[in-house]
Design a protein around this ligand. Sequence first.
Ligand code: ATR
Length: 280
Amino acid sequence: MSGRYALVGQPVAHSLSPRIHAAFGAQCSIAVEYGLIDVAPHGFDAAVAAFAKAGGAGLNVTLPHKEAARALCATLSERARRCGAVNTLIRGSNGWHGDNTDGAGLVHDLTERHRLDLRARKVLLLGAGGAAHGVAPALLDAGIESLWIVNRSPDRADALSDRLGEPGRVHTRYWDDLPNLGVFDMIVNATSAGRSASAMALPSSLATERTLAVDLSYGEAAIAFLSWARSQDCETALDGLGMLVEQAAEAFRLWHGQTPDTDPIYSELRAGAVALHTAE
Ligand code: ATR
């Protein structure tokens, strides 16, 4: 489908999404017009309305608008409803349809690109903000054994757990309990600690060499957590660059009806990964 597309967020200046969507478009012979809309929360609804009026057909949504995006949708996909957050908007005749491609992007990256089996894993999810909401349902659907949500503010962990509605498999614990939770098969860092000045202290009892450690950020924001994982001898410590590319591919499919090959752009971005310093 032709039309205009964009990423809306704040900040968005360093986003890789225009580059990724341009690469997908070139590969699929679709002329993609993909821009950036930098807008503060109070201007979000007006910016989206203006974009639609100007022929906007689809938006990716990033910080801090994922919940506001959900609120303005006329319809939601099942997975966006489960996440409680929207990262992809598709313009329909009745308004915006909201979806969330983050979880599918993460699981696709882990299971297809890295050939990891997520089934039966005891998983620790650090954080309960927008990023954690986006990936939690997909992790459960991928067949993990249990999800342990630990957040600095316990009420947000409880809210995410309630939303997921699987009390047999989803548990919350206080941050101070981390040293007592034993070892995990997989640890997902969904906090924004790596993007802030406040460091995140993790005990060494959480991981063994068989633990899969994943940071949903990439570049500089992922360095602290991945360094910690390597200091625990985790065999596999991955950043969120692959997830970023895969969630973009899923959005591209929703907008244009074609599934791009993600390997070329992933390799290109990975080759320059040391220069990356942001997450979206
Ligand atoms: P995002 O969309 O990236 O998830 P967010 O919704 O602002 O952004 O959520 C940020 C997450 O990182 C929250 O879970 C936050 O914990 P709180 O809910 O207690 O604020 C977490 N976080 C940020 N800095 C942290 C730090 N230094 N240590 C632990 N958790 C941190």
